[in-house]
Unconditional design. Structure first.
Length: 158
């Protein structure tokens, strides 16, 4: 019984590696910090991306960035640059990279890395095949990152 449980777990893990989202530790960055491949494999939903950006418990981007298209959101800080016209400055892969791990584009930035988990090699968990526990989840899911990339791609000046 123990063996069949292990076999099932291995099968599920193999399936997830093919069809599921790219795990934070497996994201491939270019030298400049861009991420070419979709994290989720599914197209982003721009409307949901806007929601992620203005929701305090999710992206909370408006705490640091002014965005005219989201001006109904309650607070716009100016720690970071305005994101108006950001799609004229960065392509999709670069935007995905900035979101996943801003530190790969801007060394030492205060912008959070939304798709990075630290210390994911946990001795106690290494042999169980269990998913990482709560505190190790990235700030945003693979699909939420794709949704935000889709929204940012609409921010063009001309
Ligand atoms: C704690 C503040 C903070 C938060 C929260 C934050 N950012 Fe940033 N962001 C920055 C700073 C600061 C920069 C400029 C890079 C630098 O010099 O450090 C930046 C840069 C950027 C850039 C490049 C901008 C340009 O015009 O070149 C994009 C795109 C961006 N952020 C998107 C986002 C999104 C989307 C979110 C939410 C998911 C977010 N940021 C959350 C601080 C923040």
């Amino acid at each position: 019984m123990k063996l069949s449980t292990l076999t099932l777990a291995a099968t599920l893990a193999a399936g997830a590696a093919i069809a599921g989202p790219v795990a934070p530790a497996d994201v491939v960055y270019t030298e400049d910090g861009a991420v070419e491949a979709s994290l989720s494999g599914a197209p982003g939903d721009a409307a949901n991306g806007a929601k992620v950006m203005t929701t305090k418990s999710l992206g909370n981007c408006v705490a640091c960035h002014q965005i005219t298209a989201l001006s109904e959101a309650p607070f716009h800080g100016n720690v970071g640059p305005s994101l108006d016209g950001v799609a004229d400055r960065w392509n999709e892969a670069e935007l995905r990279g900035i979101l996943s791990n801003a530190k790969a584009t801007y060394e030492g930035t205060v912008m959070p890395a939304y798709y990075v988990v630290d210390g994911f090699t946990r001795p106690g968990n290494a042999y169980t095949g269990k998913a990482a526990e709560g505190p190790l989840d990235p700030l945003l899911s693979a699909q939420q990152i794709e949704d935000v990339v889709a929204f940012l791609s609409t921010l063009k000046e001309e």
